[in-house]
Design a protein around this ligand. Structure first.
Ligand code: IMP
Ligand code: MG
Length: 168
């Protein structure tokens, strides 16, 4: 498989994103990780943030085995705790069409967080269908289907410590 982003490049960038998020959130911080793709990004980002940082998980319907979005978004697993008055950062693996994030931002905003920001490891701007705001972006990439570092193709390749291009 062709490597798009090496493990070292990812680690450096995630640490820098942690620094930026720390700087913007001097107080309490709560991360909402979007399962499953963002679990590895969350684990590394969390270790670049203060020890008092709390986490929760949400699961959104995925594409299944297709590499193209069906455009349909569903909430499969909800949060364990409320967001009222908290400083929340959504942690997502990749923003593609933007449909998933737009949906998630809307439902989380309705729960009354003090602040709501979004961190995405990857962004494919050429595929955007809706104009979604992402506050922290790790890497901007071309329209190629990528796997590794939590991202899957048919539930496989999540374990890779680098990000590769499937099919190449
Ligand atoms: P969106 O709703 O089209 O922005 O889709 C975002 C979701 O699609 C991400 O959270 C990923 O789970 C999945 N996705 C989009 N592009 C890729 C890719 O290149 N590799 C793996 N998953 C992807
Ligand atoms: Mg995802």
């Amino acid at each position: 498989m062709q490597t798009l982003l090496s493990a070292e490049a990812i680690q450096d960038r995630v640490r820098a994103m942690g620094k930026e998020i720390r700087r913007d959130h001097p107080g309490e911080l709560h991360l909402v990780c979007v399962l499953k793709g963002a679990f590895m990004f969350l684990a590394d980002l969390l270790r670049a943030l203060p020890d008092t940082t709390t986490i929760d998980f949400v699961a959104i319907s995925s594409y299944g085995k297709s590499t193209r979005s069906s455009g349909e978004v569903r909430l499969l697993k909800d949060l364990d705790t409320g967001l009222e008055g908290r400083n929340v950062v959504i942690v997502e693996d990749i923003v593609d069409t933007g449909l998933t994030l737009t949906y998630l931002q809307d439902i989380l905003r309705a729960r009354g967080p003090k602040t709501l920001k979004t961190a995405c490891l990857l962004s494919k701007p050429s595929r955007r269908q809706v104009d979604v705001k992402v506050d922290y972006i790790g890497f901007t990439i071309d329209d190629k289907f990528v796997v590794g570092y939590g991202l899957d193709y048919g539930e496989k390749y999540r374990s890779l410590s680098y990000i590769g291009i499937i099919g190449d």
